[in-house]
Design a protein around this ligand. Structure first.
Ligand code: PEP
Ligand code: MG
Length: 324
């Protein structure tokens, strides 16, 4: 069986009825690259840049970042790499930035909120990314977008840095600009956001927490952290449909993308890219090869329309897909 999985490591991912999807890897540091390339990933769906900042004693300089982004892009080329701009705050505080002392850090100045508040840091990260784009296939993505104003501000700052580098004749590649959908407001309003980005990537780790109002790190409410809650499925389905109506691809980079029970539903909803831990890739590719995406579209629709509890969802998936 391991041999069969190894053979699958360098194949495309296609369902039994011929629907192709992309299986990508999540990564956090350049040290993950070996594992990612060995995993058979068709790209990187999420590079969490915060570790570059959290593991350092000082704010990483533009050149330090450039070197790392370049290494990741060069190693993965011609495959695509989605790099997420800094996502700190919540449970991840920068050691060299004054602590915010917030009562509810996960509801506080996190991710894009901090980037827009500390624009010099944001701009230096964007310059490093734009310069690195000459060395591979880069997509960049903003975390925790809740309003169109935030998205437009982030894009305007990016465009500004891009124009300045263009004026200086700095080499750069074509860059797709996307957003994470991990705040319920953005998932509900996905049709409006979809008109202003090149792609969307659903961050279920936060989306589940914020939708069920259950802190993802709090064991007391772990029972409420329910990926299969019908409310979550409706939000995901809404994001995928909105993306497709606008003609853009929709990815998922939260843990749910590698979840065997969720997989048939996500394939049925038409998710384009699944980004997960490298270790889950070949197994997921094998399972997708045995699934019929058209049949699962009907299952996904019934589930979204009629399930009322997480348990009902699980029961419906297990009845339709024996052996999950
Ligand atoms: C998510 O929220 O699903 C996600 C991928 O981002 P992170 O886990 O880094 O918050
Ligand atoms: Mg998140």
């Amino acid at each position: 069986n391991q041999q069969r999985l190894d053979k699958l490591a360098h194949h495309e991912t296609v369902s039994k009825d011929g629907v192709g999807v992309t299986l990508a890897a999540n990564m956090g540091t350049a040290a993950d690259l070996a594992r990612v390339t060995a995993s058979g990933a068709e790209g990187v769906g999420l590079f969490r840049t915060e570790f570059l900042y959290l593991d350092a004693q000082h704010l990483p300089t533009e050149d330090e970042q450039f070197a790392i982004y370049r290494q990741v892009l060069e190693t993965m080329a011609p495959r695509s790499v989605v790099i997420r701009t800094l996502d700190v705050g919540g449970d991840k505080e920068l050691p060299y930035r004054p602590s915010q002392n917030e009562a509810n850090p996960f509801m506080g100045a996190r991710a894009i909120r901090q980037s827009l508040a500390h624009q010099q840091v944001f701009r230096s990260q964007l310059r490093a990314l734009i310069r690195a784009s000459a060395f591979g296939h880069l997509s960049l993505m903003f975390p925790m977008i809740a309003t169109l104003d935030e998205l437009r501000q982030a894009k305007a700052i990016y465009d500004d840095e891009r124009s300045k580098l263009t004026a200086k004749r700095v080499p750069m590649g074509k860059i797709a600009v996307g957003m994470m959908v991990e705040v319920p407001a953005a998932a509900l309003l996905a049709d409006r956001f979809a008109n202003e980005v090149d792609f969307m990537s659903i961050g279920t780790n936060d989306l589940i927490g914020y939708t069920l109002a259950a802190d993802r790190t709090n064991q007391n409410v772990a029972y409420l952290y329910q990926p299969y809650h019908p409310a979550i499925l409706r939000l995901i389905d809404n994001v995928i449909s909105a993306g497709h109506a606008a003609g853009i691809p929709v990815a998922m980079c939260g843990e749910m993308a590698g979840d065997p029970i969720a997989l048939p539903l996500l394939l049925g909803m038409g998710l384009d890219e699944f980004s997960m831990a490298p270790s889950a890739i070949t197994k997921t590719r094998q399972v997708i090869g045995q699934l019929d995406a058209h049949e699962l579209a009907a299952l996904a629709e019934t589930t979204v329309n009629s399930a009322s509890t997480s348990q009902e969802v699980v029961t419906m998936v297990q009845a339709a897909v024996p052996g999950v």
